[in-house]
Design a protein around this ligand. Sequence first.
Ligand code: OAD
Length: 234
Amino acid sequence: MTRQHIVFLTGAGISAESGLSTFRGKDGLWTKEEFQYFASADCLYYEPEKCLDFYNMRRKKLSEVEPNVAHRLIAELEKEHEMTVITQNVDDLHERAGSTKVIHLHGEMTKVCSSNNRYDPKYIREYPLTTPIKVGDDAGDGSQLRPFIVMFGEYVFGMEVAEEIVKYADIFVVVGTSLMVYPANNLILHAHKEVPKFVIDPGEMPKCDALGYTHFKTTATEGMKQLLEAFKEL
Ligand code: OAD
């Protein structure tokens, strides 16, 4: 296969084999109803300790896990192809595996920002995963320091750029996302009709099937190996 622009859209399923929970599976994070509240802008405002504790728990967990073979195989494709990874994940496992062009639609757990203006670059900075963010910590502008994460009730920035990137992909691959969450789930509609499109997920993927995606119905690590075999036929 000659050099291509390959675009991946990834979700929680790609990090499952690293030991991070998905959201909607049997043991998914959102099966605990209070967690959905803790991950909301309302909770951050009215009961910040609960919200920050929830993210401190997830930040600490992230410090204890490693990228898996799926993250690494995606990163390796950069040797031969132009690659963009668009992820809904807030972990940094794609970057740790070596991917250099990663777009985080839902934010990044390794960073903090201001509660007054999430996207003010002056206050977005790296913050150690093992240092808890506490109520009263100053973001730098007098507001509460908070994780640089999109919470329920908050706007997702960057969708237009992501849509353009998907639109001009030579190959588009979806890995480990239930495609239940708007607006990221609509990205699958933007890939060109004629380009090869793949989805790797052990679950049913009716939306992708309807759009003619080749479905590797298996885990991310196994599915990535099958994908690389399929690339040899292109
Ligand atoms: P979900 O939990 O909704 O979906 C996870 C997907 O991963 C499902 O389709 C599973 O079948 C699949 N899966 C499970 N194990 C897998 C494995 N080993 N290999 C590959 N796939 C596997 O997670 P997302 O679709 O990522 O947003 O959720 C999207 C957003 O919903 C998240 O970014 C989060 C959440 O609310 C925010 O917090 C803003």
